[in-house]
Ligand binder design. Structure first.
Ligand code: HEM
Length: 476
């Protein structure tokens, strides 16, 4: 035996991994330490925690730009830069001549003619800076995402599927820049504006721009959170706890709850998009009361479905085929009512989910406690959001409240995603976890390309796990 130390060690390791697993006292990293070298592959089987932290940091920056973008809109600054120069536009006007030239371009925009014809150069500078900072922030997000993405890809720090997702997000960030300009462009021509109305961008484009920002943010949050969760389960958690967690993540009794959470997330997103239509049409400046809208809970039907918004002439039956959908998306009264209905439905769904977790015996016993805490978060942020929404309306859309209401939507969505990440695991994560539990020898590959663990670390981990259980079996 003494002539074959590695074989002896391996046999003992296998025995140990079974024993530590059955007692549930070893951590996953110790089980991992008993793995056999696997075939080389460029992509690791786990994404590194550093990628997760970078994704969450980028998400924070996207959160910031969404709020700043909202402020740019609310201070009517968004149409101050009338061109789109993705590279050369990074520099602001440098001297008086540059400023005069920018101001001259703005003077030919409908917003100047209809709203700001008395604006001075100094006033122009303040709205210009808001829009310029918003655009610069967008560029910073792009660069601070793409450069690390290149590094993490080249160093093999992400799984194959995470690499695809990260580059998908990078593509979406670039596309978002284009969408921003596409939106601004719609505010630079005057065919959108009814006589007497305030110049504005297309509400459809505003909703698309906001929706894409939300998707970028949520993709970052989701991938960051699930990576941290998976790595925690696979490397930090005690085997017994991880085994219990695996059972919970796979529990078929939680399937309806998982579906309900996914449905609720979609509902919150749709409500947020209906809010973007309210913002885009300045529909928060009418019916500033709650729950009433004029004389009743809703305005009269003739006002909600007004042929004025139809583009298709009335048919033989006297009806306009686009009457309903045009009014739903373009008539400020109905758009505001839509948002009220969506928000009420969302809040009711949140209360129902909250009640379900409190009163269902199945959920009481089987839902992970971290998920129960997340439900409290969802309930709290939904309540806050409703209070902010109603206050925004009652006080005629002041900048601070409207901005807080917008940020609140993102916080509420964040919590529905946090909840989702605590009850859902991808097939890949589940199978890694299952394999690590059932077969300590197979184990989990580290974020390095090869699954071999340093012999010194392996031996140390092995001894650490062995001591309580195999006293005297191991050589000193
Ligand atoms: C779950 C509930 C809600 C969600 C997720 C939500 C989401 C949103 C979002 C994302 C916006 C667009 C903000 C922007 O781009 O500036 C918005 C706008 C708005 N929402 Fe809500 N909202 C909710 C509830 C309510 C309620 C209950 C009311 C009042 C009855 C309300 C009134 C408004 C108003 C007036 C605006 C326009 C603000 C502006 O012009 O900037 N919201 N909402």
């Amino acid at each position: 035996m003494a002539t074959q130390p590695s074989k002896q060690l391996y046999v003992q390791r296998s025995a140990l991994s079974m024993r530590t697993f059955s007692t549930g006292r070893a951590s996953f990293s110790e089980l991992v330490a008993t793995t056999k070298p696997k075939k080389k592959s460029f992509f690791p089987t786990r994404t590194s925690n550093s990628v997760a932290y970078w994704l969450l940091g980028s998400a924070a920056s996207v959160f910031g730009i969404v709020v700043f973008g909202g402020l740019t809109r609310l201070t009517e600054s968004g149409l101050s830069i009338t061109e789109w120069k993705p590279v050369t536009g990074s520099l602001p006007p440098m001297n008086q001549e540059d400023w005069e030239s920018e101001f001259l371009k703005y003077k030919s925009s409908p917003e100047f003619a209809m709203l700001n014809s008395r604006m001075t150069l100094e006033e122009f500078k303040s709205i210009y800076w808001m829009e310029w900072i918003h655009r610069l922030w967008g560029r910073v997000i792009g660069v601070s995402f793409v450069l690390p993405a290149v590094y993490f890809t080249a160093r093999g720090k992400m799984t194959a599927s995470m690499t695809v997702k990260v580059w998908g997000i990078a593509g979406l960030i670039g596309f978002q820049g284009f969408l921003g300009w596409w939106m601004v462009k719609s505010g630079l021509k005057d065919d959108l504006f009814a006589p007497g109305s305030t110049p504005r961008v297309s509400q459809y484009r505003l909703a698309t721009h906001l929706g894409t920002a939300f998707i970028v943010y949520l993709s970052m949050v989701w991938n960051g959170l699930t990576t941290l969760r998976d790595n925690f389960l696979l490397t930090k958690m005690k085997a017994a706890d991880a085994s219990a967690m695996l059972k919970k993540l796979q529990d078929p009794a939680l399937r309806p709850f998982r579906r309900a959470t996914a449905g609720l997330t979609a509902l919150v997103f749709a409500t947020a998009m209906s809010g973007a239509l309210v913002a885009g049409l300045d529909a928060g400046l009418i019916y500033n009361q709650f729950p009433w809208m004029g004389q009743g809970l809703t305005p009269p039907k003739s006002e909600l479905f007004d042929p004025f918004y139809s583009h298709v002439p009335a048919g033989a039956s006297g009806k306009h085929s686009d009457l309903v959908w045009r009014n739903m998306f373009e008539n400020p009264s109905l758009v505001q009512l839509d948002h009220r209905i969506m928000a009420t439905t969302t809040f009711t769904a949140v209360v129902a989910l909250f009640g379900w977790t409190r009163f269902s015996t199945v959920l009481k016993h089987r839902l992970p406690s971290s998920a129960k805490r997340a439900v409290h978060g969802v309930f709290g942020f939904a309540s806050l959001q409703v209070v902010l929404g109603i206050s925004t309306l009652l006080y005629l859309v002041p900048t601070t409240l409207a901005s807080a209401h917008q940020a609140g939507a993102l916080l509420l969505l964040t919590w529905t995603f946090v909840l989702g990440s605590r009850i859902h695991a991808s097939k890949h994560s589940l199978s890694l976890l299952e394999r690590a539990l059932q077969n300590g020898r197979l184990g989990v590959q580290t974020t390095k390309k090869v699954s071999t663990v340093s012999p010194i670390r392996t031996k140390t981990a092995f001894r650490k796990a062995a001591e309580p259980q195999l006293q005297g079996v191991l050589p000193a």
